[in-house]
Design a protein around this ligand. Structure first.
Ligand SMILES: C[S@@+](CC[C@H](N)C(=O)[O-])C[C@H]1O[C@@H](n2cnc3c(N)ncnc32)[C@H](O)[C@@H]1O
Length: 350
């Protein structure tokens, strides 16, 4: 049967679907969103005005205009003709460009996430995805001979790229977590297991200053955590033991591991908690029926095959099963405002 033109074009578009991410990365590396924003509110710049802010005296204006044209088509910039000179368009920012400012302390930034996912070290495992099927292996390990966490230990740049990316995403999510879930108010000591740079805990302790926070992660990760009043940074492995506290928080950690590893981690939580101690999990929770998956949850799940140690996205029931097998009783499932997939599960030690 002959293939329709629509099918052919769709297939070709699928093949080229790496282009938007990498063109956006080039605009970020050229600092273009900031160049336009720094020109003032609602600024609209010509190609020459953008080019003169680039760190070169000989920019290729043809390449620059093609990059800007494409990203205008993708809704990052707005391209307008000036009227007098139709060959000299101007470029301004859309609201979504704000997420791509390179400047420091941009609370909406998605730049560290993009730079992490497109870092050559984190792109390499995708070349081995098929081997994860054929050889039942970890794609990251196939690419680099060690898992991501060991790689980070030996490469401070990748350690920073990964942890900064997690930290900026956490900044974006913590407001929603704290407005949707108030269970921290009864907690006195809280350990954030796999807490990275301690960003989640810093938000929690700011909202509930009576809490003593323990940010627990691998030693090379907590070394990069800033010192925050009310938070102790403790290095170690959750597979060995977890510091004692009356409650344990996890955000986006179980997703990195296979079921067997998750049960080991949860058993160590069980040992670290007092009788009736509380476990608070903030994880992506997929639809129960894979036919109802949204594209993004399937994408997140594939990222776990590429980068994590047997990790996967799980449904509420899959997470509840792991908790039951580790002797925790689920007492609450909390939906978060503005988030359809990240939810909280609260469980009590049996
Ligand atoms: C996906 S990141 C989540 C970070 C943080 N919870 C957040 O949401 O921003 C997973 C974290 O688990 C940590 N991790 C990996 N192996 C670990 C181990 N054996 N013990 C403790 N933490 C570990 C990583 O260093 C990383 O910070």
């Amino acid at each position: 049967m002959a293939m329709g033109a629509g099918e052919f074009e769709q297939a070709v578009e699928n093949i080229y679907s790496f282009v938007p991410t990498l063109v956006l990365k080039s605009a970020i590396l050229l600092n273009i969103p900031d160049i336009i924003a720094n020109a003032g509110p609602n600024a609209s710049l010509t190609l020459a005005q953008i080019a003169e802010k680039l760190p070169t005296k000989t920019p290729n204006l043809h390449s620059l205009s093609r990059i800007l044209k494409y990203l205008s088509f993708r809704g990052i910039f707005v391209q307008t003709q000036t009227g007098q000179n139709p060959s000299d368009p101007r470029y301004s920012l859309t609201d979504s460009a704000k997420m791509f400012y390179v400047r420091e302390n941009n609370p909406a930034s998605l730049v560290p996430l993009l730079l992490m996912l497109t870092h050559p070290v984190l792109m390499a495992p995708w070349q081995h995805l098929h081997e994860s099927v054929l050889q039942d292996c970890n794609a990251f390990e196939k690419a680099h001979g060690k898992d991501l966490w060991t790689y980070e230990k030996e490469d401070p740049t990748v350690n920073d790229v990964f942890n900064n990316s997690m930290s900026t995403i956490t900044i974006l999510l913590m407001g929603k977590i704290l407005s949707g879930y108030d269970g921290f108010k009864e907690v006195k000591t809280l350990v954030d297991v796999g807490g990275g740079k301690g960003t989640a805990l810093a938000h929690i302790v700011k909202a509930y200053p009576h809490i003593h926070g323990i940010n627990f992660d691998l030693p090379h990760v907590v070394q990069t955590a800033p010192s925050v009043p009310g938070i102790e940074n403790v290095g170690g492995s959750m597979f060995d033991s977890i510091p004692s506290a009356d409650a344990i928080f996890f955000k986006n950690v179980l997703t990195d591991w296979d079921d067997e590893s998750c049960i080991k981690i949860l058993q160590n939580c069980h040992k670290a908690l007092p009788k009736s101690g509380r476990l608070i999990l903030a994880e992506i929770m997929t639809a129960e029926d894979s036919n109802s998956y949204k594209s993004i949850e399937i994408v997140f799940d594939l990222v776990m095959i590429a980068l994590a140690n047997g990790g996967k996205e799980r449904s509420i029931h899959e997470l509840m099963k792991l908790l039951q097998l580790s002797n925790f009783n689920v007492v609450k499932i909390v939906e978060l405002p503005g988030l359809s997939k990240l939810k909280i599960i609260e469980a009590i030690k049996v």
